[in-house]
Design a binder for this molecule. Sequence first.
Ligand code: ZN
Length: 247
Amino acid sequence: MRALIVSDIHSNLEALEAVIADANERGGFDTVWCLGDSVGYGPDPEACLDLLRSFPLVAVAGNHDRAALDVRESADFNNAAAFAADWTARRLGQDYREFLGGLPEVTRAGEFTLVHGSLRSPLREYLLNEEAAASTFGRLTTSYCLVGHSHMPFLCLENREGPLFVQFTEDEVFPLDPRRWIANPGSVGQPRDYDPRPSYALFIKDVGDPAGTLERHRVEYDRAATQEKMRQAGLPQSLIDRLNYGV
Ligand code: ZN
């Protein structure tokens, strides 16, 4: 069993294609687990949803997915994000709106619970500190939880002394043990950890393997092509520029 774990694709088709190609080179995947914010910011909302939906898919909604359907959901967005949400909303056909509208806030895939933000606040909370992690562990009914939203890759282990954040080091294999974990694979389409390369994770569980492993990888992609599309679409310059820096 091999799952490709992606989050915060944000309508960046070149980034998503590069991630899928890289995952295929590493042995492929049977299913895609998507942690939300598939649209918003970038120039290819429908094409990203088409590509995602061409695979067996388990997905949850992100705040940008909701904002593309209802302008009230972008009330707390900055100007550039709100502009992009409105731009996205005007480009999504009915089928795509129905798909996004049907996404749950929380779902389950085997021993994993999938949510965009946190189990305390599925669409809004950035799970980045021990208090937030403890709150999600308190609500978690499976062994593992996958989150996105912050665009910051991390692993967090449930420890006797409290949640322990550890580096989700690139290209390292993390065996999942009986303890409980929260993982963020980082962002495919708009990384914010000062590395502009798309980030994603793989969950791999072989027959007879009790828990399986998680690993995280990064890829190069044709950033200039995405940025040129954004320019032609009239999307804000700040959103184009930030892709250069991973912020
Ligand atoms: Zn996001």
